[in-house]
Design a protein around this ligand. Structure first.
Ligand code: MN
Length: 406
């Protein structure tokens, strides 16, 4: 193993990305950043005095570092880019082992979410679900265009990519018959992007929509696994509950918002214009491409079942954060705020199986010849995300993966 860090060619983790994660190379959990196919050990760099704020970087999760705020994140990022630029021999000169192949480490949950919230911010998804769940009424409820709808999820069941997804049991009501209890027969994915918070706010003091950038550290891919039969029976009147809270998977690398500067785009036109506390200056959409892929145990490579973009989301991160704190609620470093299922307008761009198969009516055929309405035991789902535009570095989000077990 070498301490020399090459600048990678064509990798999803270029020098400009430097996503943060928590890895274990057999010596306990450490904070690292990804570059190329490698992970750089920030514990070791801090030990050698090569990076500032070493105390926070020598922790076993990112929460302490997240709480230090935007100026510190920037200071560390600038230092890391300098250290990892070809020609800088400081790491080599220090004589430390600071570089591991990603294939040789185990990734852990990078942050410990005190709270997890899931929004419902894709209009295309909300319309599709409205049609499927309430076929006899307007698909969008009257409040949808006025505020970012969401629900409080369950932080204890947020897990890192690769964690098996146990098929949940629950109460369902088949047709108009009596309710029954048993394993879900409608296990689904939700292709989402989440943001991870930095410094929180004082209880009772809302975060101004134009200060959102001081409180958002970075983004992860999120699979908000959902049991549709449980959800359909339980969700009225108070919203999602056990049909969602059994497990939520996040990708292991948190891509800093600062790495996405070149990919920020205007959000969609909002009609009607939102209330003033939801009107943000600047661009808060992210030109981020997404896909979901599914493999049965018989398949070597997963089939892509959805391609969509985060860029078309109706409600932005800044609006979501301003809205959730508008009543004075306190957020904390390491909280997770997920977007809601991301769907486009076209078939093929739907971020959940309930939309792709239209409630199970139109099953899909996988390349091994088998059909799916919902997930079967042994199925593996992989979410991927990347930003790519000519003249800008490709910013990869890595993978968010889970395999269904009985
Ligand atoms: Mn969701």
């Amino acid at each position: 193993m070498s301490s020399w860090v090459p600048v990678p060619e064509g990798s999803g983790f270029p020098l400009e990305n430097l996503p943060y994660g928590v890895f274990d190379a057999g010596i306990g959990r450490r904070i690292g950043v990804a570059i190329g196919e490698h992970v750089v050990d920030l514990y070791a760099l801090a030990d050698a005095g090569l990076v500032p704020h070493g105390e926070a970087l020598q922790d076993v999760d990112l929460n302490g570092f997240l709480g230090l705020g935007r100026d510190v994140w920037h200071e560390v990022r600038v230092r890391l880019i300098d250290l990892l630029t070809e020609g800088n021999t400081a790491i080599r000169d220090a004589g430390i082992e600071a570089l591991y192949p990603q294939s040789a480490v185990t990734m852990h949950l990078p942050f410990v979410p005190g709270d997890y919230v899931d929004f419902y911010s894709s209009m295309e998804h909300a319309v599709n679900l409205g049609k499927l769940f309430r076929p006899d009424s307007e698909p969008l409820l009257p409040n949808w265009r006025h505020l970012p709808i969401g629900y409080h999820g369950r932080s204890s069941t947020v897990v890192v990519s690769g964690t098996p997804v146990r098929r949940p049991r629950g109460q369902v009501r088949p047709g108009d018959g009596p309710p029954e209890e048993g394993p879900t027969q409608a296990l689904d994915i939700e292709l989402e992007v989440g943001f991870v918070t930095g410094p929180g706010n004082e209880l009772g003091v809302p975060i101004d929509v134009d200060d959102a950038g001081d409180h958002i550290f970075g983004l992860v891919l999120v699979n908000d696994w959902s049991a549709r039969d449980i959800q359909r029976w339980e969700y009225q009147p108070l919203g999602p509950f056990l049909g969602k809270s059994f497990v939520t998977t996040v990708s292991p690398w948190v891509v800093p918002l600062e790495a996405l500067t070149g990919y920020l785009i205007p959000g969609p036109t909002q009609d009607p214009e939102p209330l003033s506390y939801l009107r943000a200056e600047g661009d808060w959409g992210v030109d981020l491409q997404l896909e979901a892929a599914l493999a049965s145990p018989a398949m070597d490579e997963p089939d892509v079942i959805a391609r969509t973009s985060y860029g078309g989301m109706y409600w932005t991160m800044a609006q979501q954060l301003a809205h959730i704190t508008s009543n004075g609620t306190a957020i904390r470093p390491g909280d997770l705020y997920a977007s809601g299922t991301i769907s486009g307008a076209e078939p093929g761009s739907y971020g959940s199986l309930i939309e792709i198969t239209w409630g199970g009516r139109d099953p899909i055929t996988l390349s091994d010849g088998s059909q799916r309405r919902y997930l079967e035991d042994g199925d593996t789902v992989v979410l991927r995300g990347w930003c790519h535009r000519p003249g800008l570095p490709r910013i990869g989000f890595g993978e968010c993966l889970g395999t269904i077990v009985p």
